[in-house]
Ligand binder design. Structure first.
Ligand SMILES: C=C(O[C@@H]1C=C(C(=O)O)C=C[C@H]1O)C(=O)O
Length: 414
């Protein structure tokens, strides 16, 4: 575990105090400054600010184990007074992992302050003796003058990559690959994550709206929630637009459900998640048929998964078993990862990697970082990808990626 260095921003060890707080809580409204940490769904979740500790995780095949080791040491050494005792109370870390196992962009952040709100209970955790020097409320400002420019590949280039991928699939090299592309926005002033969180959580209440180290988005895809021994996941793959009216919407949903191409795309992901979780679980429940998930911008085929873990495993152990699923990489994993590196002509960084939070019990919730952008001052880099199988059509995939970019585009354009 020698390679992981923990940067402590307060004293030698963490001192942590959690107290009940009055609810309900407007989580986004509690964030005092733009360096926001957040995980919100239907008004519930956790927000954090300040940094009591920062744990950069270098790339490598054992990065999840290293992350868990570093965090266990940090939390075991902490002095904790937790008067609430629910998942997410006491010390927590928010995290984002790079998509590629070789990525050095993964980081865990232990905030100085956390506010949680779930099932009618609210709490506030303060880490470190001194107050966060930046905690004074600084009101969010809307992005203005947002200008857009293309990413690594234009439509022709990316459509060509899709065509190359379908060719390789037909030759039998692999069954499915997910190809992504990027898009850039630049505003007049630094972009404030809190404005985006507000807009995303209002438009996508069923998604997980997140912010970790400038990575901001609203993902529909739950990689894993672990609360005690219970785990849950929501596998998504297979996408169609929303219709202009109820009849058109229903027809599109039914066509998606009946499409052999989309069912195959979905089955690759659901089968892998079942195979990855089975060895970790005493019980595992995965329906044989997917259901339809309707979001404001698109509809997806969805398989909800529930399980009971066998033995003591942190949510980070489950991430290790699951990432990367064929919903964002492909089948077989190694061939798909190689083809992604070859064809995308860009670094995905944290896009399509796990994003979420973990507490000292090993409970936590992690999504796949989709429908997101990495903020860097005045700039934002957006990402979108699509599952490609033998009979995928480049024009349809370009349209699907555009719809997926739409989530962050509208959040930035307002
Ligand atoms: C890769 C993305 O989404 C994933 C790919 C999907 C598909 O190909 O149908 C559907 C949902 C997600 O699992 C993305 O949003 O960028």
């Amino acid at each position: 575990m020698g390679l992981v260095s923990v940067v402590l921003r307060t004293s030698e060890r963490l001192t942590v105090r959690t107290l009940p707080a009055p609810g309900p809580v407007d989580l986004v409204g509690r964030l005092p400054h733009p360096a926001a940490l957040a995980w919100i769904r239907r008004d519930s979740g956790l927000v954090g600010w300040g940094e009591a500790a920062r744990v950069p995780i270098p790339g490598g095949p054992d990065r999840f184990a290293r992350a868990r080791g570093a965090l266990t040491a940090l939390f075991e050494g902490a002095e904790v007074d937790d008067a609430v005792g629910v998942p997410g109370s006491g010390p927590v870390a928010f995290g984002t992992f790079g998509f590629d196992p070789k990525s050095d962009d993964s980081v865990l952040i232990v905030p100085r302050s956390v506010v949680g709100w779930r099932d009618g209970r609210a709490w506030h955790t303060v880490i470190g003796a001194d107050d966060d020097p930046m905690a004074e409320l600084n009101p969010p400002r809307q992005p203005s003058g947002v200008a857009w420019r293309g990413g690594a590949l234009d439509d022709t280039g990316w459509g060509g990559a899709v065509r190359t991928a379908t060719g390789r699939i037909r030759e039998g090299e692999l069954g499915k690959v997910v190809l992504a592309r990027d898009l850039w926005a630049e505003a007049d002033e630094p972009i404030d994550a809190r404005v985006l969180l507000r807009r995303l959580s209002a438009r996508f209440p069923d998604c997980y709206t997140f912010a970790v180290d400038g990575l901001v988005g609203a993902t529909p895809e739950l990689l894993v929630r672990r609360i005690g021994g219970e785990i849950a996941s929501l596998v998504l793959a297979g996408t169609t637009p929303r219709g202009a009216d109820e009849a058109a919407d229903r027809a599109l949903g039914e066509a998606l459900f009946a499409s052999a191409k989309d069912r195959r795309e979905h089955a690759y992901a659901a089968d892998m998640v079942r195979d990855a979780l089975a060895p970790l679980c005493a019980e595992l429940d995965l329906p044989a048929e997917p259901e339809l998930l309707r979001l404001a911008n698109v509809q997806h085929l969805a398989t909800p998964v529930r399980g009971r873990l066998a033995g003591e495993r942190s949510v980070l152990d489950v991430l290790e078993a699951l990432h990367p699923t064929p919903a964002v990489c492909g089948t077989p994993t190694d061939a798909a990862m190689d083809l992604i590196r070859e064809l995308e002509e860009m670094d995905r960084s944290r896009y399509a990697g796990p994003v979420g939070w973990v507490d000292s019990r090993g409970d936590g919730e992690w999504g796949i970082a989709l429908r997101c952008a990495q903020l860097d001052g005045r700039r934002a880099r957006l990402f979108a990808g699509c599952g490609i199988v033998a009979d995928s059509d480049p024009a349809a995939e370009i349209a699907e990626a555009r719809a997926k970019f739409g989530v962050m585009r509208t959040a930035l354009d307002g």
